[in-house]
Design a binder for this molecule. Structure first.
Ligand code: MEV
Length: 311
């Protein structure tokens, strides 16, 4: 084993979260300015320890909920590399906030897998990477679609259908995406479980929302192909209405969404699993400063400005 490094990005779901769990498409983008990196270094005395932005500790203690999935992933990686007793120190450095819908758990898994493959000097295909990331994502979230890890490991915005399709998709030539943090934690497992229960109990009410989200995503792909940012904004609003009806929005998300719309955004919605976390607003570049200011006045903990990559 040598020193190994791996990186990943924050992910933002433009449209399609939750319905993607049930086979509908989603569109998501890696935010390359918000990144996470992992560095694993061999140490001689057999200690196996992790220092990170999210959790710190002995690999084999694994008592913290967030740590358990990553600890299991690392143990399996070590077995795979025939190095179960290898001492190491893993450092995870992250600009992603945790539990804010930016995919911090998937980004951690992706960077950790890349770092261990690098440390054991083994080449890693994208599909094998996603299989590994699925181990900790399942432990943490129960029924992950795989979208978060697929996006955290991608270099370009992605069109994703669970188990079926993953390909790059063009973003608008104009406009910016503003990402604002409510400062409130939203736990993916709780939100995904809650939607599953609603679908089971009352499919007549909730299944049409899932179907409508899928429909909005397909229309969003068309709007993107036509570089029609106004229609795209309307589709984000439609998606938000469906997500709110599914019960995964929150008063804080609704407030920031309304502030963005009142200040001229084309569309705004929650991003990720919701019930807290971040919202996004699609806006004209010259409208962005006023919206950012208004989001800050409305108590957004942090606002990021994301410029679409058009190549
Ligand atoms: C979470 O970032 C996205 C969800 O759609 C869950 C998933 O896709 O696994 C809510």
């Amino acid at each position: 084993m040598k020193i190994g490094t791996g990186k990943s990005y924050a992910k933002i779901i433009l449209i399609g979260e939750h319905a993607v769990v049930y086979g509908e498409p989603a569109i998501a983008l890696p935010v390359k300015s918000i990144r996470l990196s992992a560095k694993v270094e061999p140490i001689p005395d057999g200690r196996q320890e992790v220092t990170s932005a999210f959790f710190t500790g002995d690999l084999n203690a694994g008592q913290l909920t967030n740590f358990a999935g990553i600890a299991m992933l690392i143990r399996r990686l070590l077995v795979f590399f025939n190095a179960a007793d290898q001492g190491f120190h893993l450092t995870i450095t992250s600009a992603l906030p945790s539990e804010r819908g930016m995919g911090s758990s998937a980004a951690t898994a992706v960077a950790v897998v890349r770092a261990f493959y690098d440390a054991f000097q083994t080449s890693l295909s994208h599909s094998v990477l996603l299989n590994w990331a699925g181990i900790s994502e399942k432990a943490l979230h129960g029924n992950p679609s795989g979208l978060d890890a697929a996006t955290a490991s991608a270099e370009k915005p992605q069109w994703f259908v669970r188990g079926k399709s993953l390909r790059s998709i063009m973003m608008p030539r104009n406009g910016v995406l503003l990402i604002a943090d409510t400062g409130i934690a939203g736990q993916t497992k709780i939100a995904v479980d809650q939607v599953a229960q609603k679908l089971k109990k009352d499919p007549k009410t909730y299944q049409p929302l899932i179907t409508d989200i899928g429909d909005a995503v397909r229309q969003a792909a068309l709007a993107l192909a036509q570089d029609d940012i106004i229609t795209l904004g309307q589709l984000l609003n439609r998606d938000q209405a469906d997500l709110a009806a599914l019960g995964v929005s929150s008063p804080e998300l609704d407030r920031l969404i309304n502030v963005a719309l009142d200040n001229g955004a084309y569309g705004a919605k929650l991003t990720g699993s919701g019930m807290g976390g971040c919202m996004i607003a699609l806006a004209a570049a010259d409208q962005a400063p006023a919206i950012i200011q208004a989001l800050k006045v409305a108590n957004a903990v942090k606002v990021w400005e994301y410029h679409f990559e058009t190549k």
